[in-house]
Write a protein that binds this ligand. Structure first.
Ligand code: MV4
Length: 448
């Protein structure tokens, strides 16, 4: 087992990883920018190293500074958390070159899944259903027109290096195809330095359903069920739940089985998430994430597993301590992402936390690095807390969520708690009757 892990992240996820390490008897090293000197993850870690000024490019993305911090503290592994360097294959390579273990999949698997075209081809080859579209990249307008005609409009042009919805254009008629390709190519070139494009049938009203997977170095893989992440605004998830209100046990078992088998054939090691669009009872693969995700606690709540602990264990070469048949899904869990933002305009609201009273009680979990007197800095992601609640069924979960949101007091700044309170009062949400377009329409209705 590792003796010391450097946590290359901040905020709630740095704390989450620290907690798993602590329980495993592993010492922790926090790294931080000058803006995070008083952060909770720095206070709790066994050691800490300042790695640069506030901008993430100079600190949490500063590879030489992070490697130096690991070397001077003698860390034998680095956990990247989510965001920042978590899906940077070059970072994973550099970590390995320094004889430090990168806690995550191999650099090759990170690289493969970072290329959305290669990821999709791989998924298809491994028996996962994909969205109909181009085989590989589209290299000319003529080729794109031919494919679009064959699959039928509307289609969507996507960037091979894409992410976060950038370099993506919906095309409803043939005359829009040329301009959409130019626009998507330009956007992708600017954002990712790569204007490779591909084309898919555009799904109008899908849900976003993702399967959690875990593999070890001995060919064992399991799926840990799905999460429904359809409630999002501008590609930022707002609330996630497990299981999906749209799936039955048979669909879950079938798709979970396909995904786990595919991941096993791929030789995938560590935690991963296979993302699907789900419409009219059909699954369509879109992407695979090769990191620990923000919403992993909803899976933990219904499986009883500590995913960070399992991730660390498999990184040491340990065998998974369970098989698929040992995984039992218990009840329902919902996570609310609480951001330091105006609940309706989403304008950032950093500043000093005057009051802090998190909720508690049975099956209520708060993952947050907040404390009274802490100042939320303006430099980073506005996620300040995750409230995760479990119930024996979805209805009990909703009642517990309503009660927990009422209890939660975060004073001094604006937060998105009121948005979640608005949501749980809505019939469509309560009925689970939503798709990826639903939240933005709901917010438009609540502007006035
Ligand atoms: C799509 C789609 C509809 N049809 N692909 C958005 C981000 C990227 N990861 C994939 N995305 C989408 N791909 C086809 N063929 C709609 C989206 C999409 C979306 C997907 C998941 C969650 C939220 C979304 C919001 C807008 C668009």
């Amino acid at each position: 087992m590792f003796e010391k892990i450097l946590i290359a992240n901040r905020g709630e996820i740095a704390l989450r990883i620290h907690r798993a390490c602590r329980e495993m008897g592993i010492a922790t090293v926090a790294v931080h920018s000058t803006a995070d000197e008083n952060a909770m993850h720095v206070r709790l870690a066994d050691e800490s190293v300042c790695i640069g000024p506030p901008p993430a490019a100079d600190s949490y993305l500063n590879i030489p500074a992070i490697i130096s911090a690991a070397e001077v503290t003698g860390a034998d592994a680095i956990h990247p958390g989510y965001g920042f360097l978590s899906e940077n294959a070059r970072f994973a390579d550099i970590v390995a070159e320094h004889s430090i273990t990168f806690i995550g999949p191999t650099a090759e698997h990170i690289r493969l899944m970072g290329d959305k075209i290669a990821a999709k081809e791989t998924a298809k080859r491994l028996g996962i259903p994909v969205v109909p579209g181009s085989e590989g990249s589209i290299d000319s307008l003529a080729e794109a027109e031919k494919i679009a005609d064959a699959i039928g409009y509307p289609v969507i042009v996507k960037a091979a290096s894409g992410g976060g919805g950038r370099g993506m254009k919906v095309v409803r008629t043939p005359d829009e195809l040329g301009p959409a390709m130019s626009a998507a190519g330009t956007e992708a070139k600017a954002a990712f330095g790569d204007d490779t494009l591909y084309l898919e049938k555009f799904l109008e009203r899908p849900r976003h359903i993702e399967f959690q997977v875990l593999g070890d170095m001995h060919g064992n893989t399991v799926h840990l069920g799905e999460r429904d992440c359809s409630l999002q605004r501008r590609h930022q998830k707002i609330l996630e739940e497990a299981p999906s209100p749209a799936l039955n046990d048979k669909e879950r078992e079938r798709m979970g089985g396909i995904v786990a088998k595919a991941i096993s054939k791929l030789g995938y090691i560590g935690l991963g998430t296979v993302e699907f669009l789900y419409e009219n009872g059909e699954f369509y693969f879109i992407e695979m994430n090769t990191r620990l995700q923000v919403e992993h606690p909803v899976t933990e709540m219904i499986t009883g597993l500590d995913l960070v602990r399992e991730q660390i264990r498999v990184a040491t070469g340990a065998k998974l301590p369970f098989r698929q048949k040992d995984i039992k899904f218990r009840g329902h869990a919902i996570e609310c992402r609480i951001n330091a933002e105006d609940p309706l305009t989403f304008a950032p609201s950093p500043g000093k936390i005057a009051e802090y009273h998190p909720p508690g009680g049975l099956d209520v979990r708060v993952d947050s690095a907040l404390y009274a007197g802490y100042t939320v800095p303006p430099y980073y992601d506005s996620l300040i807390s995750k409230l995760i609640v479990r119930g024996t069924n979805r209805n009990e979960c909703l009642l517990r969520l309503r009660r927990s949101l009422e209890e939660y007091v975060i004073g001094g700044i604006k937060t998105t708690i009121p948005l979640h309170q608005l949501l749980i009062g809505n019939d469509d949400f309560v009925n689970g009757a939503y798709n990826i377009n639903w939240l933005e329409a709901f917010l438009r209705d609540h502007e006035g």
